[in-house]
Design a protein around this ligand. Structure first.
Ligand SMILES: [Zn+2]
Length: 158
């Protein structure tokens, strides 16, 4: 398991952008806080603190340090620059869509394939300053049980 050297945050994001998913995530947040308070096993071995974020429009959770690749879901062409331009447009009120300059397919920004992965989410649990860059088996199983699906995005900070 990769041991973390710089400060790393784990962003636990919902896949389905529904109110039910937001509520399930909020319940999970309560469970994590309880476990942290009672010194039980917590995701990512240890973390400094945790917080819950929620917004009307999805936010992009991604690792911006050290660069990342973005590929077209249809032709796998590198679309990193088109992607960041489209995200910028979307943040300024544009469509949540982009067009691949190679194959001309049009798709939602969330379908672009990030490496390392990123997520667009209306709600997220942020575990600040985690020890390990993985959630851990028992918490992974619990997230799946309570939320059906989720995405853990690791983000280098500072
Ligand atoms: Zn393409």
């Amino acid at each position: 398991m990769p041991l973390v050297r710089n400060r790393l945050d784990c962003c636990i994001c919902i896949e389905e952008q529904t109110q039910d998913a937001v509520c399930a995530l909020l319940d999970v947040f309560g469970s994590i806080q309880n476990a942290h308070r009672n010194e039980l096993v917590i995701p990512c071995a240890s973390f400094h603190s945790c917080s819950f974020e929620q917004s009307e429009r999805p936010r992009l959770y991604a690792n911006h340090q050290g660069g990342y690749r973005v590929r077209c879901p249809f032709c796998s062409h590198n679309i990193a620059s088109e992607f960041s331009k489209s995200v910028h447009k979307w943040r300024n009120g544009g469509d949540f869509l982009m067009t691949c300059s190679t194959c001309k397919e049009r798709f939602p920004l969330s379908n672009a394939q990030g490496s390392p992965p990123f997520a667009f989410s209306r709600a997220a649990i942020i575990l600040h300053d985690v020890e390990l860059a993985e959630v851990g088996d028992c918490w992974h199983a619990r997230f799946i049980e309570e939320m059906g699906s989720y995405q853990a995005i690791f983000r280098r900070v500072g």
